[in-house]
Design a protein around this ligand. Sequence first.
Ligand SMILES: [Zn+2]
Length: 360
Amino acid sequence: MLGARIRQGRAAAGLSLRDLAQSIGLSAMAISKYERDQAKPSSETLLRLARALNVRTEYFFRQSEFELSEVEFRKHSKLSPKDEDKALADVREQLERWFELETIVPASWPKDFTLPPDLPTQVTTYAEIETVAETVRKHWQLGNGPIRNLVDRMEEEGIKVVLTPHDGGKKFDGLVAKANTHTVVVVGSDWPGDRQRFTLAHELGHLVLNRRISSELDEERACNRFASAFLAPKGEAIRSLGESRSWLEPQELYLLKREWGLSMNGWIYRAQDLGIINKSAARRHWEFFAQQGEGTTTWREQEPGDPYPKECPRRFDQLVYRALAEELIGESKAAELLSIPLIELRSRRRMDATNAVGRN
Ligand SMILES: [Zn+2]
C-alpha cells in the first residue's frame, strides 16, 4: 500500500528511481525496496520523499477508493508512455482528493451524469446536431447566452473535469476515462481557455451522441459540430453575424471569441456550418489566416489578440471552505485537500490580499 503510493507519487512527479534517489541522497535500490514494500521508510525519509515529490506526507497513506478504467486518449495524442503515466498519476491524485471530499461533503458530487430524455434516437445529418445541442442546453438550464464557467457547469451535471499541467509539451489532446461510475474528462491546465472549452464540449458531444450517429456521418466531425453549437447556439450566432456574409472582419471574430469563448477559427467554421458564408468564402478566410501572423507562426496556429482566459474552476475549493466553515474538517485536512501548505491556507482564510483570489 505505502509502496504503491510512493511509486504513484514518483510517476506523478515524472522522476525515475535514480532521479528520486539522488534528490534525497539514497540509493535507487532503497527506493525500489520501499516501492515493493520490502522495506519501510523511516518517518524522516518519508518527509524527504514528500518534499522531493511535492506532496504532503498524508498523500502516502491515503486510500484510493476508486478504479480508473476505460482510459482513452484522444486520437491526436502523441504522448510518450512516460508522459501518459505522468498525466494519469496526476489525474488519479486529483480524483482521490475529490473522492475524499465527497465523503466529507456529500453535495460535492451532486449526481451521476444523465442524458436529456428527449434526444433523437438517430442523427442522420450534421444540421440535426444543432437541435441536439439546444436540447442539452435546455436540460442544463443554460439559456442561450455564453457559458461562463464550463468546468463547473459540467461538474454540476456529474461529469468530472480534471485540469492537468502534464500535457507532454502540448502533445496531449485530452482524455476520457471512468472513475467508478463517473465520467472523467481531462484537459490541459495550461491551454488557452478556448481550446479547453472546445475540447470539453467536444467530449460532451461524444457522451451525448454516442451510438446515435448514423454511419454516413463522421463521429469526430459530428462532435466538433456539437461543440460549436453548444458553445454558440445557432440563433445567437445568426443574430451576431447576420444571415448572409461574404467576409468577416478579424476584429469582429475576435470580439465574438471574447464573448463566447469559441476561437476565431471556430467562428469561421460556425459561419460556414450555418450557411452564413459559403465554402469559397470560408476558404478565403483560411488563406488569409494562413498569411497573417508574426515570424513563422500564422494566425491559424496562434490567433491574434489576447488569448481567451483559462477555465478557472471554483467548486472544489469552495466546497473545501464550506466543509471548514461547518467544522466537518480541520485546517490541516483542508490544506491537504487543497494541496497547499498550512501557512498558505491560513493566509487565504484571513483573505490576505495576495491570496484572496485563490489558486490558478
Ligand atoms: Zn473525439
